[in-house]
Design a protein around this ligand. Structure first.
Ligand code: APR
Length: 171
């Protein structure tokens, strides 16, 4: 039974197959969840990311999870919010879709996402949550390996925004 779960917590603790990192286009680490994942995964992650020479917004790259419980980390730079008329909605959807495609291709059954772009990149939370849930639910219909996606929200406000989307969207 394929499902989308919403929990509150720290994504570096996720015990599943893959976690997604809200990265930037350099893939060289940063603050927020990117910083937390690099700290928890260890310095080998930095070296593994260097070989990509960056990643365009909305695309995704996969590495080992190194010291994390998760087997893989999927890095995707979400869009920076610039008012909503610079293609942000499609770029955010691309980040979720390309991350799910990679996870599915690598045989992952369980995948965790943070709330991409709603921190430093200032994407309005409600708008981002709607795009995230819609994109994930659409992908899950055709997923070959992924059977469970978990939104790991770091604070209550974020948790509520994603929970609202999951509860109120038609299946
Ligand atoms: N687990 C889960 N979620 C987390 C964690 C964590 N350990 N730490 C932070 N978050 C949440 C934030 O609270 C926010 O809801 O991740 C969400 C995304 O926020 P950011 O990490 O700021 O990511 P984003 O808005 O996509 O901005 C990306 O920030 O850290 C830099 O290098 C990163 O330049 C990039 C930019």
């Amino acid at each position: 039974m394929k499902q989308l779960k919403v929990i509150q917590g720290d994504i570096t603790q996720f015990q599943g197959d893959a976690i997604v990192n809200a990265a930037n286009t350099t893939l060289m680490g940063g603050g927020g969840v990117d910083g937390a994942i690099h700290r928890a995964a260890g310095p080998a992650l930095y070296a593994a990311c260097e070989k990509f020479h960056g990643c365009p917004t909305g695309e995704a790259r996969i590495t080992s999870g190194f010291n994390l419980p998760a087997k893989y980390i999927i890095h995707t730079p979400g869009p920076i919010w610039r008012g909503g008329y610079s293609g942000e909605p499609q770029l955010l959807a691309n980040s979720y879709q390309n991350s799910l495609r990679l996870a599915d291709r690598y045989g992952c059954q369980t995948v965790a996402f943070p709330s991409i772009s709603t921190g430093v990149y200032a994407y309005p939370l409600g708008k981002a949550a709607a795009i995230a849930v819609q994109t994930i639910q659409k992908f899950m219909v055709k997923a070959r390996n992924i059977r469970e996606v978990t939104m790991v929200c770091f604070d209550t406000k974020t948790f509520q925004a994603y929970q609202d989307q999951v509860e109120h969207r038609l299946p």
